[in-house]
Design a protein around this ligand. Structure first.
Ligand SMILES: [Zn+2]
Length: 385
């Protein structure tokens, strides 16, 4: 079990990088890059626009299409306002568990994958094995989106991907997307006694909310047959409608905070097209008739693509063979997997630890789970040659 000790020491190093999403991840990326370069990987580091964050993409084996991606994110959620029994950035072992921020979400999987790299490098690889480590997953998968863009530009086309988010090593082949938006309404303030001289932003926001409610109802009938999600259709939620100051003032500003959780990409396109048409043909012309500067604009807070369960999925078949599982499931939380699927890859989510511990104080991954993850990667080695 020496490898498990190596994984522990790697995980301890990774946990010690305080890669909270708001902060830089460059030290951790450089650490991983060095480890992978040491075993002969071709390593690329792709920075974001600020230069403070980067994605890592490393390849062992032949540089050609196909092969597999082992994927994880480098960032973790904050520890502020959480009550931890030990330092969250120091790995602490107790009762067969490794505690630390990111232990299960998801530095555990990254540590296991990196620990296996020398072994993979020693194989006569027929197809490439890629390691992808991204930034800003927790704030909306921005790193994975940028990584996907770079892969597309460079024409790098892996065939399958395993995203090691914590699933207790169960195979997950589907999750809904999660798109969050804030739609801002700019009207014209005025006195409540002269409504025709103002543009009532709250009233337009209310009409928008009503449109969202109509779409929400329509989406039920678009649910795919044998949908496995709960509920099986795309949902919309209006989470907040904020605006106005007092009884006698025409509100000049309002905003609607809303989300949708698509079960298929076509639903998101349908909703966006309907809203676009409603705004450009109905709301905005009416607002601008009174005040040319009035308008509506939608701010994207985050768009995490869904992972659509598909019939043909080589990643699922591979991981089933590796873990001995006899099925795959769907989960209610989002991951980067949908972005990889959008690139044409076949993808599953499967990793050590439980989502129950993710984002919480005293986050941990059990040594048993890490052992299972390593065993999966060991068996993967036998399939790579
Ligand atoms: Zn995660």
């Amino acid at each position: 079990m020496s490898t498990l000790q190596e994984v522990k020491s790697l995980l301890a190093d990774l946990i010690a990088f305080p890669t909270v999403s708001t902060d830089s991840n460059l030290d951790m990326i450089q650490y991983l890059a060095d480890k992978l370069a040491d075993c002969g990987a071709a390593v690329e580091i792709w920075h974001d626009d600020t230069g403070a964050k980067a994605n890592l993409f490393a390849t062992l084996g032949p540089k050609r299409d196909g092969g597999i991606v082992l994927s994880g994110h480098s960032d973790v959620v904050p520890v502020a306002d959480q009550d931890w029994a030990s330092d969250p950035f120091v790995l602490h072992e107790q009762d067969g568990k490794w505690f630390g921020r990111g232990a299960c979400d998801m530095k555990g999987f990254v540590a296991a994958a990196i620990a296996m790299a020398p072994k993979i490098a020693a194989l006569e690889l027929q197809r490439p094995v890629h390691f992808a480590v991204t930034y800003d997953e927790e704030t909306g998968c921005f790193g994975a989106r940028a990584l996907a863009e770079t892969l597309r530009e460079k024409g790098i086309r892996p065939a399958v991907a395993i995203v090691g988010e914590p699933t207790m090593m169960q195979i997950i082949e589907g999750h809904k997307g999660c798109y969050e938006y804030t739609t801002h309404f700019t009207g014209l303030e005025g006195h409540g006694s002269s409504p025709d001289l103002g543009v009532n932003a709250v009233e337009y926001a209310a009409r928008y909310v009503s449109k969202l409610a109509d779409l929400k109802a329509q989406l039920r009938s678009r649910a795919p047959e044998d949908g496995r999600f709960e509920p099986p259709w795309t949902t919309i939620n209006t989470g907040a409608l904020v605006g106005g100051v007092a009884h006698n003032v025409i509100p000049g500003k309002a905003r609607v905070e809303w989300e949708m959780r698509p079960v298929q990409a076509g639903d998101a396109e349908f909703v966006k097209a309907e809203l676009e048409q409603f705004c450009t043909q109905t709301l905005i012309p009416a607002m601008q008739e009174v005040h040319p500067d009035a308008g509506v604009h939608t701010e994207v807070i985050g768009e995490v693509d869904g992972l659509e369960p598909v019939e043909v999925n080589a990643a699922r078949d591979l991981v089933m063979a590796l873990t001995g599982a006899n099925g795959a499931d769907v989960v209610p939380f989002g991951t980067e997997a949908g972005i990889f699927q959008g690139l044409g890859m076949q993808v599953v989510v499967c990793g050590p630890g439980s989502i129950e511990q993710a984002h919480k104080p005293d986050e941990f991954v059990s040594v048993d789970q890490m052992g299972q993850c390593l065993a999966m990667l060991e068996r993967l080695c036998t399939k790579l040659v």
